[in-house]
Structures are given as structure tokens and as C-alpha cells.
Design a protein around this ligand. Structure first.
Ligand code: NDP
Length: 452
């Protein structure tokens, strides 16, 4: 049977665009892609990219103070949200244009439309047009979810934060994951009186306990009103603000409330279950190690599969899919030892196991240091940085590396190579220090602080 395309991709985010582009450009197959919203997906339009621009923007207030400490005659007259926001959106428009042209130049036919699966080889566009394809790739991502509570409509999610008409004077952020903790830092840095509620004992659950405690204490020292073991119980509109009540019975009105209480896969109304694609409890598409679903012609990558919900992971899953299906080289997506950065303030970079995970697997040694970095120390700041290595006693391998410091994301990218290669503590030790830097401490850690 002749198909209209070799590959039809649904979703124009990081995973979908990469797979479509590489398949068309490098294997020469005929590819189409449908996207109902903006090209670039969560990462470019309402995630990583605008978030990081906001992280940068929020850091300049402190930098202006530091500049004065270094002898610069700088006056800082406050932050102009609308000027920044306009530039940020212009940048997103530019990036979206790049995504569109990448697809065009690769020869991918695009449809600015929602698409759903009609049968294992047929996609139906919103206007009813049907297209057939030998393979279908679903890369439709995920979306933020709010708790199911009365008044939730008065709160925004991370989707809305980039479009705020004005910068709030006060804001409550509910949640303790990546998104809540990153935006608590951003808003605080922009001068917003920021409160963060986390229902558990400590934010960033799942990360190394010491590292997340360190991040939380530094966030509080920088001004975030972090309330742990606290959740929101009620909210309603009050004037221009939002009235809230928490689990401690405290009532307060904030200019804005944001739920950052997790994300769910965008698998609804795609015709998936009808054709036999299996979904998990959260609605995630169940795939094997090659990203193949229960229907052999249909594959899925990225957040809709809820494996590791990170842009570079979606991209790699997309590439492995192309390699497997169009290059005849079955390639599993590798989800082991993914380095990641959390752009909290201070920033955290991490790869491998937390101390708690490592300890559960076998005997370990723990090396760590915490110190005042030169640049901020000279400026009179009390901020400290934190570095920690977890070593297997059995084979001396570095099982985990956790850094909380300015630029920790940049550092962990490189440390991640060593850890992925299976570097031992002795490999770290025989690497010459780069002086004077913060990260040199990673190769000069002499004595374990504990073994266990
Ligand atoms: P997470 O799943 O990481 O965190 C959700 C948070 O909300 C948790 O603290 C959770 O608490 C809390 N929560 C869940 N339900 C409720 C509720 N009903 N009431 C109160 N609190 C609740 O989700 P995020 O939205 O922060 O991020 C989603 C994913 O996006 C991340 O896992 C990550 O993969 C990705 N991401 C990555 C970034 C990066 O690489 N820098 C940046 C942003 C996102 P509890 O811990 O108790 O479950």
C-alpha cells in the first residue's frame, strides 16, 4: 500500500521537530508534521527558554549591588517587567521562526492544525482531511495540572506566568518541584514578595537530601517565604487579588497565585485508545525501550510518555526513533545518568544517585564541601556553595555528583561526562585543579565526611 508519507509526526516541540527534521534530512524519507499551537513546544514557548530568560532577568538586581561592591558607580532604579516581557516574547517569536524554517529547509511538510489518529496508519486533521503514513510519531508533550479545588480558576500555572500583564507585588506559588522552586527564585529576584507552599517536609523531593536542604535554606536567606508542611485549602477572587486560606488556617490575599503542582501528558482526544495504544495511569503513552507503542506503526517520544520529562531527553528519544525506524539500527533511548540543572537561586546541578539512593544499593563514601565563593564573598554576600560526591566503596566509581552554586548547570554538564564514563574518585583526584574556580573543589576533596 502506498502511503502519503513515510512519517507523520504529531506535535512540533523539541522531540517531534528533531525527529521530523532528522528523518527528512538525513534519511531522505517523506515527512509531515502537525502542530496545533506554536512551533517549539513547551521548551521554547512556555518552558525552559522563557524561564531561563526570567532567571537571568531576576539576577540583575543582586548583580547591580555586587557591581557597587566592586567599585562601579551603578544606580539601580527597579525592574521594568513590560520592557523585559516585550523583548522576551520577541525572542520567542524569533525562535519559533527558526523552528519553522528548520522544518521547511529539511523538506518537512507542516500543517498548522490539531491532528488525531484515525487508524494505525491514518492521521486526521482538524478540518477532516486524512493523511496516511507508514509510521506515526506522537510527540504532543504535556501540560500543567491544577489541583481539583474550588476557585482553582483564579490561579495561574506556568503557562500564564510569561503573559502576566504586570508584575505582581505579592505572589503565592504552590508546589515544591522544579517549576515551583525555580519561579519562587525568579519572582523573588524580580522584587515580588514571594511565598512558596510545599505540602511535604522539604522541596525538590527525590533529589539528594543535603543538596535540597541547602537550596531551600539559601532560598529562604535570599527572601523567599518558604512554608513547608503547608498547602492551600481555599481560594477565591478578592478585588484585583486572590484570597487564600492555608492548612494552618491563615488567610491572606496575594496579587497572583500560581499552581506548580505537576504536569500531565497531552494524550486526551487523540484517538489513541480507540486504535489500541496503551495508556498508563496518568494518561502517559506506554512505550518500549525503542519508543514503540502497543500499535507497531505508532511511536511516541517526549513528555507524553512521561519517562524523564526533559527537553534533551525528548530530543534523544526522537533521534533514537529515527535511527531505529529509518536507519535500520535498533537504538534504545538511554535514560541512565541524565545530568540535570534546577534553575533555582541558588542553582543546582546534579547527576547520578542521591546519597539516600546510593546507600540503599551498597557501601559508599561521601565527600563534600561548602564554602563562600570568592566573587560573592568579596561583594559582602553571605551566600555559600555546596559540592558533594558519592563514591562506591566497592568499585570507587562516582555514583552521584551534586552541586549548588552559581553556574552549577554548566558545571554538571561536564562532570556528567566523567560520571557517564564511569570515572572513579581517583580519576577526579588525578585531574589537575583549575584555579581559582569554584569547581576545582570537586577534584580536591580529600577526606570522606562519612562512610556507610
Ligand atoms: P513536579 O512533579 O516536579 O512537582 C510537583 C510538585 O507539586 C511536587 O512538589 C508535589 O508535591 C506538588 N504537588 C502535587 N500535587 C499537589 C497538590 N494537590 N497540592 C499541593 N502540592 C502538590 O512538577 P513540576 O510541575 O515542578 O515539573 C514538571 C516536570 O517538568 C519536572 O518533573 C521536570 O521533569 C520538568 N522540568 C524540568 C526543568 C529543568 O530541567 N530545569 C524545569 C521545569 C520543569 P510532592 O513532592 O509531595 O509530590
Amino acid at each position: 500500500m502506498a502511503f502519503d508519507y513515510d512519517l507523520f509526526v504529531i506535535g512540533g516541540g523539541s522531540g517531534g521537530v528533531r525527529a521530523a527534521r532528522v528523518a527528512a534530512q538525513e534519511t531522505g524519507v517523506k515527512v509531515a508534521l502537525a502542530e496545533e499551537d506554536r512551533y517549539g513546544g513547551t521548551c521554547v514557548i512556555r518552558g525552559c527558554v522563557p524561564k531561563k530568560l526570567m532567571v537571568f532577568a531576576s539576577g540583575y538586581g543582586a548583580m547591580a549591588q555586587d557591581a557597587r561592591a566592586y567599585g562601579w558607580d551603578v544606580t539601580e532604579n527597579g525592574f521594568d517587567w513590560s520592557a523585559f516581557q516585550k523583548k522576551m516574547h520577541a525572542e520567542l517569536d524569533r525562535l519559533e521562526g527558526i523552528y519553522r524554517s528548520l522544518l521547511k529547509n529539511a523538506g518537512v511538510e507542516t500543517f498548522d492544525s490539531r491532528a488525531r489518529i484515525a487508524d494505525p496508519h491514518t492521521v486526521e486533521l482538524a478540518d477532516g482531511t486524512r493523511k496516511t503514513a507508514k509510521h506515526i510519531l506522537i510527540a504532543v508533550g504535556g501540560r500543567p495540572v491544577k489541583p481539583d479545588m474550588t476557585g482553582a480558576e483564579h490561579a495561574i500555572t506556568s503557562n500564564g506566568i510569561f503573559d502576566l500583564k504586570e508584575l505582581p507585588k505579592s505572589m503565592l506559588i504552590v508546589g515544591g518541584g522544579y517549576i515551583a522552586s525555580e519561579f519562587a527564585g525568579v519572582m523573588n529576584g524580580m522584587g515580588v514578595a514571594t511565598t512558596q507552599f510545599y505540602r511535604g517536609a522539604q522541596i525538590l523531593r527525590g533529589f539528594d537530601d543535603e543538596a535540597r536542604n541547602f537550596v531551600a535554606e539559601e532560598m529562604v536567606a535570599r527572601g523567599v517565604d518558604l512554608q513547608r508542611e503547608t498547602n492551600i485549602t481555599e481560594l477565591r477572587r478578592e478585588g484585583a487579588g486572590v484570597w487564600t486560606k492555608d492548612t494552618n488556617g491563615i488567610e491572606k490575599v496575594y496579587d497572583q497565585v500560581m499552581f506548580a503542582t505537576g504536569r500531565c501528558p497531552n494524550s486526551d482526544n487523540l484517538g489513541l485508545e480507540e486504535v489500541g495504544v496503551a495508556l498508563g495511569r496518568k494518561g502517559e503513552i506506554i512505550v518500549d525501550e525503542y519508543s514503540q507503542t502497543a500499535v507497531p506503526s505508532i511511536y511516541a517520544v517526549g513528555d507524553v510518555t512521561d519517562r524523564a520529562n526533559l527537553t534533551p531527553v525528548a530530543i534523544r528519544e526522537g533521534m533514537a526513533f529515527v535511527e531505529t525506524v529509518f536507519e535500520g539500527n535498533p537504538t534504545k533511548s538511554d535514560h541512565d545518568l541524565i545530568p540535570t540543572a534546577i534553575f533555582t537561586q541558588p542553582e543546582m546541578g546534579t547527576v547520578g544517585m542521591s546519597e539516600e539512593e546510593a546507600k540503599a544499593q551498597g557501601p559508599i563514601e561521601v565527600y563534600k564541601t561548602s564554602f563562600k565563593p570568592m566573587q560573592q564573598g568579596f561583594a559582602g554576600r553571605g551566600e555559600r556553595v555546596f559540592m558533594k560526591l558519592i563514591i562506591s566503596q566497592e568499585n570507587r566509581k562516582v555514583l552521584g555528583c551534586h552541586i549548588v552554586a552559581p553556574g552549577a548547570g554548566e558545571m554538571i554538564q561536564l562532570a556528567g561526562i566523567a560520571v557517564k564514563m564511569g570515572a572513579t574518585k581517583e580519576d577526579f583526584d588525578r585531574t589537575c585543579a583549575v584555579h581559582p574556580t569554584m569547581s576545582e573543589e570537586l577534584v580536591t576533596l580529600k577526606t570522606p565526611v562519612r562512610t556507610g
